[in-house]
Ligand binder design. Structure first.
Ligand SMILES: *[C@@H]1O[C@H](CO)[C@@H](O)[C@H](O)[C@H]1NC(C)=O
Ligand SMILES: *[C@@H]1O[C@H](CO)[C@@H](O)[C@H](O)[C@H]1NC(C)=O
Ligand SMILES: *[C@@H]1O[C@H](CO)[C@@H](O)[C@H](O)[C@H]1NC(C)=O
Length: 378
């Protein structure tokens, strides 16, 4: 009996250790009191599980390398938003908002939703989702709850001004709208006009986020969507030298250029806040981040032709760290880690402008008291 118990204990320790590859440093003090996440499927950590939509991935092999299995993340393990939480020193995952909200929201909430975009119409033909406007609405609910717990709106503002906010929006306005024939955007707007519509809408949304008290905001640009396995397959006649669909990449680059301009504009307007641009397009390049990956243009898991998601319960590749892409459109954990590392601490000057996330954390802003790491309990 005793030896059986010992074996069982040993087994559970082995399982715990092997599953818990991340957040191994025990109880750490985060560099900021909270971290709020707005985004699409690159950042969604389970919000779509609650929705009536085909765009959810709460089944294996998703999460095969995640401690609790399939969680709704579009990855075999962590996603980019997770890797940034880890680098910020949080000792566990940031909870998702879900429907109606979560209870432990003081250290931040993830509102990300697969399929979501800046425009309300984006993704609307593939089921329910939390658009950027809904994510902001949900954040307002969180903000009121924080004010209630901390006792006043002023205390809530102080708390919220010290936090890091990330937003990864725009991919689906192209992938799940502009590039699709069953949406009429590409008939109404040329690429330049469409990117302008996105930027103007995004500006209004970011102003609303600012009004809730957000002061340190990192805006992720768009990745090389033309290099996603799904888009390579769909555009075999329009590939460039690196085998990516150049038209798609060119279109999202117009948005990226304007987003950089929007960051400048917002920073000039709000001296008590800092916005920064994370150059996802450059960070996503084969050139540096993909160094060390053997397979940069193919999916690790089994994907039916002309689709994005992994086939349910299919057996994925075993050498997952050698792949950039997990399914037809989303990164493996290995790539998310490499990506998140460069967003947090730039590797080349163009990775982030004007700040990388580690610099954003350290900034002292006009009307926010510096966060005292020794009094981090809340
Ligand atoms: C959220 O709150 C801010 C500031 O109180 C407000 O300006 C904004 O309109 C609200 N947004 C939504 C979506 O309710
Ligand atoms: C485009 O589609 C939207 C939503 O389906 C519709 O409301 C709008 O009238 C359409 N515009 C044109 C010019 O066809
Ligand atoms: C590769 O990286 C170098 C150094 O950062 C840069 O100068 C060059 O433009 C990059 N090339 C491509 C194709 O991204």
């Amino acid at each position: 009996m005793e030896s059986e118990l010992k074996a069982l204990w040993l087994l559970s320790v082995v399982l715990l250790v092997s599953n818990w590859k991340h957040w191994t440093h025990g109880k750490s003090v985060p560099q900021v009191p909270c971290y709020f996440v707005f985004g699409d499927s690159l950042f969604d950590n389970g919000n779509n599980n609650y929705l009536n939509t085909a765009a959810k991935v709460n089944y294996l092999p998703y999460g095969i390398d995640f401690d609790t299995g399939a969680s709704g993340r579009c990855s075999n393990g962590l996603n980019i938003a997770d890797t940034i939480a880890e680098q910020l020193g949080f000792d566990s995952y940031i909870t998702h908002f879900g429907i109606g909200g979560c209870t432990n929201f003081l250290d931040g909430v993830n509102y990300g939703s697969s399929g979501a975009g800046i425009l309300d119409i984006t993704g609307s033909k593939s089921g329910e989702l939390f658009t950027m406007n809904i994510q902001l609405y949900n954040h307002n609910i969180t903000v009121s709850r924080i004010a209630k717990i901390l006792g006043s709106e002023e205390d809530a503002r102080k708390h919220l001004s010290q936090c890091i906010y990330v937003s990864d929006m725009g991919h689906n306005d192209y992938l799940n709208n502009y590039f699709l024939d069953n949406y009429n955007s590409s008939q109404i707007y040329d690429p330049e006009q469409f990117s302008q519509l996105l930027i103007e809408t995004y500006e209004t949304q970011l102003e609303s986020l600012y009004r809730t008290g957000a002061r340190k905001i990192a805006l992720f640009g768009l990745i090389r969507v033309g290099c996603m396995p799904y888009n390579i397959q769909q555009n075999l006649d329009k590939l460039d030298a690196s085998s990516c669909a150049y038209e798609l990449n060119n279109d999202v680059q117009i948005f990226n250029g304007k987003l950089l301009g929007l960051v400048e504009k917002l920073n000039n307007k709000h001296s008590d806040a800092r916005f920064t641009y994370i150059n996802s397009y450059e960070i996503d390049s084969d050139n540096q981040t993909n160094k060390g990956f053997t397979y940069t243009h193919e999916s690790c898991c089994l994907v039916e032709p002309r689709t994005v998601p992994c086939t349910s319960l299919s057996v994925p590749c075993s050498n997952r760290d050698d792949y950039v892409y997990w399914d037809g459109a989303h990164f493996t954990e290995a790539k998310a880690l490499a990506f998140g590392k460069r967003a947090y601490k730039r590797q080349s000057p163009t990775d982030a402008h004007p700040y990388d996330i580690s610099e954003l954390v350290k900034l002292k802003l006009d009307d926010s008291d510096a966060y005292d790491i020794n009094h981090a309990e809340l």
